[in-house]
Design a protein around this ligand. Structure first.
Ligand code: TAP
Length: 503
């Protein structure tokens, strides 16, 4: 076996990917990990361009230019708060690309009238998983972009339709695979002899003559229509599976779609016989699966519960959703809250998506420094699904140079709340909702939350009484120990900082 330069380049890329992935596990080395993975991708791109001649330079350069423009524009101009949507759509693009490559390969095999069963299984898997990932990610994008609501979208008979679509994918897939089996028949007589074509042979039966015409290959080519029908059913399934996912369960489904894209890419690697695609796809698939399990564990939800649990309309809790019901909650002024904070022994800051929207992280660090200068202990409580992407709060706070040692995971900070004077909630909502603990009818019932309601006082910084991503009211706001400071989080925190300074 000879080892080509391409093989070596692929191996080096694979090593870069693995080391890069390992470094991503800590915020300290995450940037280095990202760069190493990008270098690995660069090496494989150059290697493919130089060593393989399967595509014309024009096509390659146009594709590269388009990809580079979209990638650079995305990295430069998309706001930090829109990153999750961008990740969702890029993930979908990966799945869609895998499906298209698989389809192209299928059409080529159809032209040659040769499609062995093993090849068609891999092509179908790549096309179907890629299609599910593409359409599912588009729906996830629409939900994250709030172009469609975060609440579960359900209709009568949805589960039945999903089951029917799944059956279509399996049965249709079986037809495509089995009708593509290559049969070989030995003929005893020479070419002039009549070929034993089965009576029930389909019209696309292909009779080939090989060697000295003593061997006849009978090829049953599957139809393009059957293949497209199966892939279309898979694409529809992707939409219908993600539509009923409730807002709070989105992190789990996003990681699942991520792992699907990885799997589809790995399958495409087998289709194209491309080692680096197999390695990178397997890495994405495996890490996406692990993340799905971790997210599920963090949310106390099994995958089946996430996928099928949201069916049926969610039950909204008390009617707090509109601003007119502000009367049932207590409002406080910035001066009141500043006094509460300045004379506390321990303050736990609970950041959420609103902190990212308001870009309040620098103001929060300045406020914390002012409080610490007065002897207050300030800790940060990080819920695993706060914000809109894994590690969202860690990234934001790290950007503002908040020390890692002040950040506490949910299980470490929860016992601290009963010893905390003020829980300062900044733009977080769902991750603090006690309905998850006490209201069995709530769609988020069972999800572990930050136990802010066990602190002596709770201060919530948000703009209105609108619900969070899950679309459900927060029971916390009716708690007599809770006060609201309405306004944009950055402006509110800056006002608090000033008020603490003037005390
Ligand atoms: P949310 O429950 O979405 O609440 C965010 C709150 O921030 C809103 O209630 C909003 O209220 C407030 N807000 C928005 N802009 C603000 C601003 N400029 N100033 C002040 N407040 C502002 O956020 P969370 O508590 O972080 O929970 C995350 C939710 O997203 C969970 O349901 C989670 O499952 C879901 N999710 C998470 C992820 C990942 S991986 N983290 C991915 C997808 C979905 P106002 O409009 O009244 O200001």
């Amino acid at each position: 076996m000879t080892v080509s330069l391409l093989d070596v380049a692929y191996l080096v890329s694979g090593i870069f990917f693995i080391i890069g992935l390992k470094l991503l596990s800590s915020p300290k080395h995450a940037r280095l990990g990202n760069r190493l993975s990008a270098i690995g991708m660069g090496i494989s791109l150059v290697a493919v361009m130089l060593c393989s001649g399967f595509v014309s330079w024009n096509v390659l350069l146009i594709g590269l230019a388009l990809g580079a423009v979209v990638g650079i524009a995305g990295a430069r101009f998309v706001k930090m708060t829109a990153m999750p949507q961008m990740v969702a759509i890029f993930n979908g693009a990966g799945g869609g690309a895998a499906a298209l490559v698989a389809a192209a390969d299928f059409f080529q095999h159809i032209d040659d009238r040769l499609l062995p069963a093993d090849a068609s299984i891999v092509i179908l898997l790549s096309a179907c998983i890629g299609a599910i990932s593409f359409t599912g990610s588009v729906v996830a994008y629409l939900k994250l972009q709030e172009l469609i609501g975060g609440r579960p979208i359900t209709f009568r008979g949805q589960q039945l339709i999903n089951a029917a679509l799944l059956a279509v994918v399996f049965i249709g897939g079986w037809y495509v695979v089995t009708s593509g089996v290559t049969h070989t028949h030995e003929l005893l007589s020479p070419l002039s002899a009549s070929v034993p074509i089965p009576h029930a042979a389909p019209p696309n039966l292909d009779v080939r003559l090989a060697g000295n015409a003593s061997l006849v290959r009978l090829v049953f080519a599957p139809t393009i229509e059957a293949f497209l029908f199966v892939v279309f059913a898979a694409a529809l399934l992707g939409i219908l599976v993600v539509l009923p996912i409730g807002g709070a369960d989105m992190p789990v489904i996003i990681s699942l779609l991520n792992s699907f894209t990885g799997l589809a890419a790995a399958m495409t690697g087998f289709v194209l016989n491309n080692t680096v695609l197999i390695i990178s796809g397997a890495l994405v698939g495996a890490s996406g699966t692990l993340l799905t399990l971790l997210m599920g564990k963090a949310m106390n939800r099994s995958l089946t519960n996430v996928l099928f649990g949201a069916f049926g309309a969610p039950v909204a809790t008390a009617g707090l959703s509109d601003t007119s019901s502000r009367g049932s909650v207590r409002e406080a002024s910035a001066d009141d809250v500043a006094t509460m904070l300045a004379y506390a022994r321990q303050v736990v800051v609970v950041p959420g998506y609103g902190l990212a929207v308001a870009q309040a992280q620098h103001a929060v660090r300045e406020l914390a420094e002012r409080l610490e200068a007065r002897g207050v202990v300030v800790k940060y409580a990080i819920h695993p699904v706060a914000g809109r992407m894994p590690g969202h709060m860690n990234v934001l706070l790290a950007e503002a140079n908040v020390p890692y040692t002040s950040l506490y995971d949910m299980e470490d900070i929860n016992p601290e709340f009963s010893r905390t004077d003020v829980a300062l909630i900044i733009g977080a909502n769902d991750v603090t909702n006690p309905a998850a603990r006490i209201d069995r009818s709530s769609p988020i019932y069972g999800m572990p939350i930050l136990d802010v309601d066990r602190a002596e006082r709770v201060v919530v910084l948000k703009r209105s009484m609108k619900p969070g991503f899950a679309g459900i009211d927060n029971l916390l706001y009716e708690d007599p120990r809770c006060v609201m400071l309405f306004g944009d989080a950055k402006e509110s925190v800056e006002r608090l900082g000033l008020a603490v300074k003037n005390l």
